[in-house]
Design a protein around this ligand. Structure first.
Ligand SMILES: [Fe+2]
Length: 260
């Protein structure tokens, strides 16, 4: 189901909606967020969720996290329908159940299929060349991505100088660049990606192949608190965390490793 929300003019209002017909009806609700530059809002972040024992553990951990948010951003690869032929709905066409349930903006990513964001090493390079200058120009604070089944947080780095022929291919620290967070560790059926570039590059502030989720807590126009939570830890434990300073209103160095 997809509904345009243009009519929801009021914030902090609880809206109810029903999915299903007759005895299968289920009622849900959501609250429209506060608006304005100093509005507070907390997002949960889960990527590459799937439907395994680990997926279930990730969702339980998120539900019981005292920092839990008002909405969850699913960062791609929600279902691994190709790994479950003839799943309990009797559908034989792979992916069909999920593509009917979830809207995936795959066309804007240049992909021809909603389930194939298959980037291997350097395969996302064209996307980087297209998007990175905009991220810097508009002072994007953070970029969340999934697909790689592990967790990694970068420093603020840019690679805009690289044009292939000049050979300047090493990302450099740049306080007007976003932090890139890979959070494809929701619990997919293919397992964790343990094969990483060695040694750990300078731009990588934290990386680990563990299942988990994160929360992004926007406090006001200048500050946001981010934390990553592993499934093997207690519900309130943070494995990685950082205070984000807004690049437009408060562009102060917020790196967590040695300042350059
Ligand atoms: Fe994935």
């Amino acid at each position: 189901m997809e509904v345009g929300l243009g009519f929801l003019g009021t914030f902090n209002t609880k809206y109810y909606y029903v999915v299903g017909i007759g005895h299968t009806e289920r009622k849900f609700w959501f609250i429209t967020p506060e608006v304005g530059p100093d509005a507070t809002y907390t997002f949960g972040l889960i990527g590459d969720l799937g439907q395994t024992y680990d997926s279930n553990k990730t969702l339980t951990h998120y539900e019981l996290n005292p920092r839990k948010g008002q909405a969850v951003l699913f960062v791609g690869d929600l279902s691994y329908a190709d790994q479950y032929p003839n799943h309990d709905n009797g559908e034989t066409k792979p992916f069909k159940p999920c593509s009917h349930r979830y809207h995936v903006p795959y066309e804007s990513s240049g992909s021809t299929s909603p389930f194939c964001y298959n980037y291997h090493y350097m395969e996302g390079e064209t996307m980087r060349v297209m998007n990175e200058p905009w991220f810097l120009k508009y002072r994007v604070d953070v970029v969340f991505a999934g697909h790689v089944h592990a967790y990694e947080r970068s420093e603020r780095v840019s690679n805009v100088a690289y044009n292939i022929v000049n050979g300047i291919c090493k990302p450099v620290k740049d306080q007007s660049a976003p932090v890139y967070i890979t959070i494809g560790d929701g619990g997919n059926i293919e397992g964790l990606a343990t094969n990483m570039t060695e040694p750990q590059p300078d731009y990588s502030a934290y990386r680990e192949a563990s299942f988990g989720h994160a929360t992004f807590d926007i406090k006001n126009r200048t500050h946001a608190y981010y934390s990553w939570h592993r499934n093997q830890d207690g519900y309130a434990v943070k494995a990685d965390s950082i205070w984000f300073f807004n690049r437009f209103y408060h562009p102060v160095d917020d790196s967590t490793t040695a300042k350059s």
